[in-house]
Write a protein of this length. Structure first.
Length: 296
């Protein structure tokens, strides 16, 4: 991906989101741009307009951490946005690939038996491993049943981004589809900043931009986020409404991979729904495996 273009569009989009009165500046009249002017960002960050303009044009190489912090404060960036700005600066320096261990392609990666055992040990929750492109690489039995629609196409690996934007079933599976679509794009945008040389991610973004207006519009917003914990609503075709809490963890032994576990509040209707789904999954897999003959 073009780092200078990414930097330029990200900084312009963040500048447009900050109202002058939010940072103690008068609204004034005859404003031709939404949000702050370049000169206002420069003043808030304590640097010259010329220097900030150079940075906003995409030339982040050489910018010190203190300069990046000053811009982050001036633009009121949250933690995820600040991290994204630093990632873009590392990419501009050409150091991002040196600072992070190499990530493995989903085509080359295979599940270790011990990892699958660990996933299968999570019997009451949806447990899966994904990569930065949102490919589902490993899952327990309940996760495969939970994401049955995403696994439906045997021609390619299950991918949550493709499912969200290209599969009509996603509109039913995600009752709050707009929120899930925003989250999905923000995750991909964050990963693109962390590893701008990921060709498979670049290809995925190109495919989704070509095939989905909803994706293309969101991608252009340059929103990013850290996806660690929270609650989401789902509607599964077999068990109905589910409200699940999730926790996501970066896997130290597998750079670039994320372990996520969805669980339900104890004694809630959603916990009962997961229990029913687990029972359905177990009976379905037993049936597909065949029933042993009596006596042996």
């Amino acid at each position: 991906m073009d780092n200078r273009k990414e930097v330029r569009e990200f900084l312009v989009s963040r500048r447009a989101k900050v109202r002058p009165d939010e940072v103690g500046l008068p609204l004034g009249v005859n404003r031709r741009v939404p949000g702050l002017r370049r000169s206002e960002v420069a003043a808030l960050a304590g640097m010259s307009v010329e220097y900030y303009s150079k940075l906003e044009r995409g030339t982040l190489a050489g910018a010190s951490p203190s300069v990046l912090d000053a811009i982050s404060r001036a633009l009121r960036l949250d933690e995820a946005e600040r991290a994204h700005l630093f990632n873009l600066a590392q990419a501009a320096e050409g150091t991002s690939r040196l600072l992070r261990p190499a990530r493995r392609s989903s085509k080359q990666w295979s599940t270790r038996p011990s990892l699958q055992w660990a996933l299968d040990a999570v019997s009451g929750g949806v447990a899966f491993v994904r990569n930065s492109r949102m490919d589902l690489l490993a899952a327990n039995q309940l996760a495969r049943a939970f994401y049955a629609d995403a696994y439906a196409d045997p021609r390619r690996p299950a991918n949550l981004a493709r499912f969200t934007f290209l599969d009509p079933n996603a509109l039913r599976f995600y009752p709050e589809w707009d929120i899930m679509a925003d989250i999905t794009v923000a995750i991909l945008r964050t990963e693109a900043g962390r590893d701008p040389h990921d060709k498979e991610l670049h290809d995925l973004v190109g495919e989704l931009s070509t095939r989905s207006d909803e994706f293309r519009t969101r991608w252009g917003a340059h929103n990013v986020r850290r996806h660690g914990t929270g609650t989401k609503r789902f509607h599964h075709r077999f068990v109905g409404e589910l409200t699940l809490a999730y926790e996501s963890f970066e896997m130290g032994a597998e750079p670039g991979l994320i372990l996520t576990i969805y669980t339900a509040e104890p004694a809630s209707p959603s916990e009962e729904g997961l229990r029913l789904l687990a029972s359905w999954a177990a009976s379905g897999e037993a049936a597909s495996a065949g029933t042993p003959h009596a006596g042996g």
